[in-house]
Design a protein around this ligand. Structure first.
Ligand code: RM4
Ligand code: MN
Ligand code: MN
Length: 424
């Protein structure tokens, strides 16, 4: 669908302008090559459910078409993104939305595109056709032990699916909770959930991690059984060293200090995974960096600081994923924008003058500390990120190249305009 030559020829047209901007950006930087090296190795997984047009509880509008109708086509889509940016070399599957029927051929297809399998995600927040018992009143928290059993078995099955693909982690996001006061005994709900997680955890292969994702509200609106980082941390720390908290940016109340949460979880070695998106009022899974890029930068600032403090590998020691839903934009364009926003915030965090910041903090020089952070945030690092892409054979401008090469039009030609991808 897109070749290296096509990308290169688009790059060629933009090369003069790029070179000028790049020279200017790196002129004052001590070691731009080290920055470029880090940017190149940073990879963000794409969730299998984000490749189609999403909807809201008020319905779903048609997308432009050409959406992936099969898991194979979803992998092709991630391959397209990866060809354009060389930064999204992984896919995260949601089971049962994207259960592979033939693991071997799926692995081969992914390998051809340079794609690996990131965390597998279980789904006990919906009833599936033919499912025996309903999750209407929760899954692992349920008052009926048979429903709990069904949810535990599903998670164990998801681990098995992931093992066949080479995944190394399971993400458990539970929608369990209650909609009205009095509906739930909080303590029993917590204990049931913990018992279930414990059983799932006990089947985890030794080289796997388990991520407990929290969410402040929705679909339950009065209480969530894994509602905040404190609850997630409690489960994860009681479970053991293979269990971690997963932070999804959209799962907080407006105004929450997510960067502080990140910092403390890293301190406790309990931050395992990350779901990127943006939101203004609640979890609306908007394009990363579209509403509050400064917050994204502040979060990355803590991530880099905390990971460096523990000598963690920025890429390998954390599961990075986009978790978004696209109601009005082309999903592939939206994902390209999200990855770009992540790489920009990451690069900005890398150029924070850490020594100067530490000394400003020690001297309680509040004004200077702010200046230092904002100096990094206000640096236009886009040419640096573009250069990292160029060096790996990707596009200087992924979105522009996607449009120029008419990739969506080609997908519509091949797949038609009526296919609807599984997912949200
Ligand atoms: C949830 C949560 C999970 C995601 C589902 C689709 O809000 O963010 O990570 O798998 O949505
Ligand atoms: Mn999520
Ligand atoms: Mn979410």
């Amino acid at each position: 669908m897109v070749t290296r030559e096509e990308i290169e020829s688009c790059n060629k047209e933009q090369m003069d302008q790029h070179q000028r901007r790049y020279d200017q950006t790196v002129s004052g930087m001590a070691d731009p090559y080290e920055l470029i090296r880090k940017i190149i190795s940073f990879q963000v997984a794409i969730p299998s459910w984000a490749l189609g047009t999403g909807g809201t509880r008020f319905g779903r509008f048609r997308g432009r078409g050409g959406e992936p109708g099969t898991l194979g086509q979803k992998i092709e889509d991630v391959g397209l993104l990866h060809a354009l940016n060389q930064s999204s070399g992984a896919i995260s599957l949601h089971i049962p939305w994207d259960t592979p029927t033939d693991a071997k051929s799926i692995i081969e297809l992914a390998a051809k595109q340079g794609i690996v399998f990131d965390a597998v995600n279980s789904n006990t927040f919906q009833d599936q056709p033919g499912q025996v018992l309903s999750y209407k009143f929760g899954s692992l928290q349920h008052t009926d032990r048979r429903v709990r059993r069904q949810a535990i078995d599903h998670n164990i099955e998801v681990i098995r699916v992931g093992q066949a693909l080479g995944s190394k982690s399971l993400t458990v996001w539970l929608s369990d909770g209650s909609c009205f006061p009095g509906q739930l005994n909080f303590r029993k709900a917590w204990q049931h959930t913990f018992e279930g997680l414990k059983e799932i955890y006990s089947t985890l292969p030794k080289d796997w991690k388990m991520f407990i994702e929290y969410k402040a509200f929705e679909p339950n609106f009065y209480s969530m059984t894994v509602g905040d980082w404190g609850q997630s941390y409690l489960y994860a720390s009681k479970l053991g060293s293979q269990a971690y908290t997963l932070v999804d940016l959209g799962h907080h109340f407006p105004g929450e200090n997510i960067e502080q949460i990140v910092s403390l979880l890293l301190m406790e070695k309990k931050l395992g995974g990350f779901h990127f998106n943006d939101s203004k009022y609640g979890d609306d899974d908007l394009t990363v960096g579209s509403i509050n890029p400064y917050q994204l930068f502040l979060i990355f600032n803590e991530l880099v600081e905390g990971m460096d403090h523990q000598a963690m590998d920025h890429h390998k020691d954390m599961a990075w994923m986009i978790d978004a839903s696209h109601n009005v934009k082309d999903p592939l364009e939206d994902l390209l924008q999200s990855v770009e926003a992540i790489m920009i915030a990451y690069a900005q965090a890398l150029i924070v003058d850490r020594k100067a910041l530490e000394s400003a903090q020690n001297n309680n020089d509040v004004g200077l500390a702010q200046e230092i952070l904002q100096a990094a945030f206000r640096t236009d690092v886009r040419p640096l990120v573009a250069e990292a892409r160029r060096r790996t054979g990707a596009a200087l401008h992924p979105l522009g190249t996607f449009r120029k090469l008419k990739i969506r039009e080609k997908l519509i030609q091949v797949r038609g305009s009526d296919v609807v991808a599984t997912g949200l």
